[in-house]
Design a protein around this ligand. Structure first.
Ligand SMILES: NC(=O)c1ccc[n+]([C@@H]2O[C@H](COP(=O)([O-])OP(=O)(O)OC[C@H]3O[C@@H](n4cnc5c(N)ncnc54)[C@H](OP(=O)(O)O)[C@@H]3O)[C@@H](O)[C@H]2O)c1
Ligand SMILES: [Zn+2]
Length: 335
């Protein structure tokens, strides 16, 4: 299965990824560099082109010791696999090869071939950090799921530009000020894929639990606007993801036209609460449910939430493409 691809870069106000000088230009401020470090801590591999290795000589490691420790506590290696794309040997003195802290592989091939290779190595979540050529190539190949574009308050004048393919249409998910910089977060793809991938990534926010799964949930209105988001144990240690978001939206007249996206099939019965999530969804009048991961085998003895929804006339759609992303942090501690 191909990994989920997050493309991440910083651009100047005039759209440049770097200036034309040979020295390294760090465009975004310390708050954003820390945000990027947190994103690195959430992925299985970080990829750059050989041009970036030659120009910037990055280490591509998770800088924060606390984030490395949190990864280790989740059973992951402290820093993600480092991937360099190159058609020729990489300078053996490059820090991505000499600095300890993570493995490095050098790969060549089309973006699709590279993603198939990384998927075969168990990479579920990939971060593509540049540079200009690689970002353009991955965007043009239509393999980017999420784009995090940071606009830094700088005018550079000349240098490599951020460019993509005109046919790829990004959809804005979030804007956020980060220090003096502005983060623009976009998703590509069909609406069901975009919203379900968001739900799967929300599993990373769940407080840890030794016994319960981490699940993410997004409710989207019939006009495509996000009505609410939830995740397991968000407000209460017993909360399921669907429970929190449906509590927020109680009585909302937009619910009958809405679609609920959940990383895991909604539960059909539970011991800790009187109502299952399938019952809560039915009662809320939600019209459609889309999920990534069918109930894990230890639950098969329980009544199926999806069967209950089907009986209630609620449309259910299973998108197994996102199951690896749904499962990736289903038992992770947060960072
Ligand atoms: N602002 C930001 O967020 C940011 C982030 C990263 C980089 N940058 C900037 O971007 C600039 C570098 O961009 P760039 O376009 O020169 O280089 P790049 O995109 O980092 O790398 C291009 C190189 O990657 C290799 N490559 C690309 N696709 C490949 C494939 N499918 N198979 C095998 N090899 C492949 C080729 O290397 P070979 O020639 O070795 O075959 C190619 O020359 C630098 O100025 C850097 O500072 C900015
Ligand atoms: Zn539930």
């Amino acid at each position: 299965m191909r990994p989920h691809v997050l493309a991440s870069c910083a651009v100047s106000l005039d759209g440049f990824l770097d200036d034309a000088s040979p020295r390294r230009l760090v465009l975004s401020g310390p708050e954003d560099l820390d945000r990027v470090d947190a994103e690195r801590a959430h992925v299985d591999a970080i990829l750059v082109g050989a041009g970036t290795v030659r120009a910037d000589d990055p280490r591509l490691l998770v800088r924060s010791a606390a984030r490395r420790a949190a990864r280790t506590a989740c059973g992951q290696v402290p820093s993600p696999l480092r991937v360099v794309l190159s058609g020729r040997p990489v300078d053996p003195a490059a820090r991505v090869l000499t600095e300890p802290g993570a493995d490095t592989v050098v790969l060549a091939g089309s973006p699709g071939e590279v993603l198939d290779d990384l998927g075969g190595r168990g990479v579920v979540r990939l971060m593509v950090e540049g540079g200009a050529g690689v970002l353009r190539e991955f965007l043009a190949a239509g393999v980017v799921d999420e784009l995090q574009l940071v606009v830094a308050p700088r005018l550079v004048g000349d240098g490599p530009r951020f460019t993509g393919a005109p046919e790829s249409v990004p959809h804005l998910v979030e804007t956020r000020g980060v220090g003096d910089d502005l983060l623009l977060r976009y998703r590509f793809g069909a609406p069901d894929d975009r919203h379900l991938a968001e739900a799967c990534i929300l599993t990373e926010r769940c407080p840890p639990s030794a016994s319960a799964f981490s699940v993410g949930c997004v409710v989207v209105g019939d006009d495509g606007s996000v009505l609410g988001v939830g995740w397991s144990r968000r407000d209460d240690p017993l909360d399921h993801a669907e429970e929190g978001v449906l509590r927020d939206l109680a009585g909302d007249p937009r619910l009958p036209g809405a679609t609920l996206y959940s990383s895991l099939e909604p539960c059909g019965q539970r011991a800790s609460r009187p109502d299952s999530c399938a019952t809560l969804i039915e009662r809320a009048g939600v019209g459609r449910v889309v999920y990534a991961w069918r109930e894990p085998p230890e639950f098969v003895a329980l009544p199926s939430g999806v069967a209950q929804l089907d009986r209630a006339g609620i449309t259910t759609t299973h998108l197994p493409r996102w199951e690896p992303l749904a499962r990736r942090c289903a038992r992770c501690a947060p960072q």
